[in-house]
Design a protein around this ligand. Structure first.
Ligand code: NAD
Length: 514
């Protein structure tokens, strides 16, 4: 199927994904649970404020049914050989391939990403499914040499149980998939509570997987509950049937979830806010730096956890480079995300516009100078101008993540000082340096360099590949998802010792003869 968006008509996109009902169910224990609801949620298109669809919010009784169903299926799924689980995940990946044009368009309609980014998000889901398939033959444990004769010692990894996935609005499909595809090959069940700002993508994504699972007798292994935080979210994080809660969202949310889950001795995998900086050294390839910064700060309307929020320019290049950056910003085409040529769509809603306006007013009050942008765009929908704010020192407002296209630009003389300022925020997700100097690059990547989970040279802060472990330090939460050995979070480790001798010696030479 072509990746071209054949239709930007919301009704056609929803019909292609089987979402045409006037009110869609919000609780899915495999198939939908109907008959009751905790109210109705409207999903809006941020490009024009129109209602895309309506969803019946899940009740607590429905939540219970969804978790129960996933637990029943997990009891069988955990014993399916991992490569066979991988084969079922492979089929899910195929279904995402087949549905990519429609699902990508729905991502654009529901959260305002431009067309290529909506498709790119679904591609991430396909990629992580492929990754998980390979992984299903590589869930390796180590073997160790026992100190006791006639003994063998090794560790193995077992399925962990039911995984609660709580996702943010800005990656309404891929962040759940990072968790769900790995959890599935690891032998777990998954119950998903998506953002109430993107319920339709969640329903479409769930149904794609449910069709595959049902065909193999595992209907309901993946469950979906679209409900309020006070009713469903809080119940979920307190629920001891979830040994792991994987949550993506704001630091405020992560503090709450981390505390609650730790109190019950559960594990949490937290992917929280970022506050990402780029350093541009005097020897940088400035054309690359310009493109890296522009995409990092303006792409997805600044609504990625990895969006570039701060730039530190070496003083020798600052004036000319800033002028080029301002010129590039003024050429950004803002508009309907599904119209070809649009580079920046809307913010998710008018609350986000208000936070953008407040952050700019605060920055100006603290001495920042707006070089370009700074205003709401005068058209229907939640559109704003991408904004550059010059600062002499670091502004206090820079300590906070504002989920909008605001870039703070400062200058530096000494690389040590630039790295210190880059690290001097509560968050620690992504970071970059543009330099052609080997020593500067290694200094940035060294143990006293960037303190972030992601450190890049000559690429921007956003746009990570799924093959690496993704996540950040400090208030970003410390979690790691996607590639490398992130799968271990979804399994439990067991150390096993087998005695094939005729004696039973104790470790450390201890005697206990009776
Ligand atoms: P948010 O914190 O408002 O909501 C995220 C999710 O948490 C939603 O599903 C919400 O319903 C749920 N939630 C909130 N309180 C809860 C509670 N008490 N119990 C259970 N669930 C609860 O975030 P958002 O506005 O949707 O997303 C933007 C934020 O997400 C930004 O801070 C961004 O940096 C962050 N984010 C981080 C990553 C990452 O990988 N580090 C990726 C994407 C987004």
């Amino acid at each position: 199927m072509s990746e071209t968006l054949r239709s930007t008509d919301p009704a056609a996109v929803l019909a292609a994904l089987g979402l045409s009902a006037p009110v869609l169910p919000g609780a899915w224990a495999g198939p939908a649970l109907t008959g009751e609801s905790a109210g109705t949620l409207e999903s809006y298109n941020p490009a024009d404020g129109s209602v895309l669809g309506r969803v019946a919010l899940a009740t607590t009784a429905q939540y219970e049914a969804v978790v129960q169903r996933s637990a029943e299926q997990f009891a069988r799924w955990r014993s399916v050989p991992a490569p066979k689980r991988g084969e079922i995940v492979r089929q899910m990946g195929e279904q995402f391939r087949a549905n990519k044009p429609a699902l990508g368009a729905l991502v654009s309609l529901e959260v305002g990403k431009v067309g290529s980014e909506g498709l790119g998000e679904v591609q991430e889901t396909i990629d992580i499914a492929d990754f998980a398939v390979g992984l299903s033959r590589q869930l390796y444990g180590l073997s160790m040499h026992s100190e006791r004769p006639g003994h063998r010692m090794y560790e193995q990894w077992h399925p962990l149980g039911l995984i609660a996935v709580i996702s943010a609005f800005n990656f309404p499909n891929a962040v759940w998939a990072w968790n769900a595809m790995l959890a599935a090959v690891c032998g777990d069940g998954v119950v998903w509570k998506p953002s109430l700002k993107a319920p339709l993508v969640a329903i479409a994504s769930h149904r794609i997987c449910e069709d595959v699972l049902a065909a193999h007798g595992f209907s309901g292994l993946f469950g979906l509950v679209i409900g309020r935080d006070a009713e469903v979210g809080e119940r979920m994080i307190h629920d001891a049937r979830f040994p792991l809660v994987s949550a993506t969202g704001s630091t405020r949310m992560g503090k709450r979830i981390g505390t609650v889950v730790a109190e019950r001795f559960g594990r949490s995998l937290l992917e929280l806010g970022g506050n990402n900086a780029i350093i541009v050294a005097p020897d940088a390839n400035l054309d690359l730096a310009l493109r890296g910064i522009a995409f990092g700060a303006v792409g997805t309307a600044g609504q990625r956890c990895t969006s570039t929020r701060r730039v530190y320019l070496h003083e020798s290049i600052a004036t000319d480079f800033t002028a080029r950056l301002v010129k590039a910003y003024e050429q950004v085409t803002i508009g309907d995300p599904l119209v070809a040529g649009t580079l920046m769509g809307p913010l998710i809603d008018d609350d986000a516009v208000r936070m953008y306006q407040e952050a700019i007013a605060t920055a100006v009050g603290q001495g920042g100078r707006v070089l370009t942008g700074g205003k709401r765009v005068d058209r229907l929908g939640s559109y704003v101008q991408p904004t550059i704010i010059a600062m002499d020192g670091d502004l206090p407002v820079c300590q906070h993540e504002t989920f909008a296209p605001i870039l703070y630009v400062g200058t530096y003389t000494d690389l040590e000082d630039a790295i210190r300022r880059q690290n001097d925020v509560p968050q620690g997700l992504s970071s970059s340096i543009f330099t052609t100097n080997f020593l500067s690059a290694e200094r940035f990547l060294g143990p006293a360099g960037s303190d972030c989970g992601i450190a890049n040279v000559n690429i921007g802060t956003s746009g990570a590949e799924i093959g690496g472990a993704f996540g950040g330090e400090k208030e970003t939460g410390g979690g790691r998802e996607a590639g490398s050995d992130s799968w271990r979070a979804y399994m439990r480790r067991q150390t096993c010792t087998l005695n094939y001798s005729a004696d039973i010696p104790l470790a450390q030479g201890v005697n206990f003869d009776i």
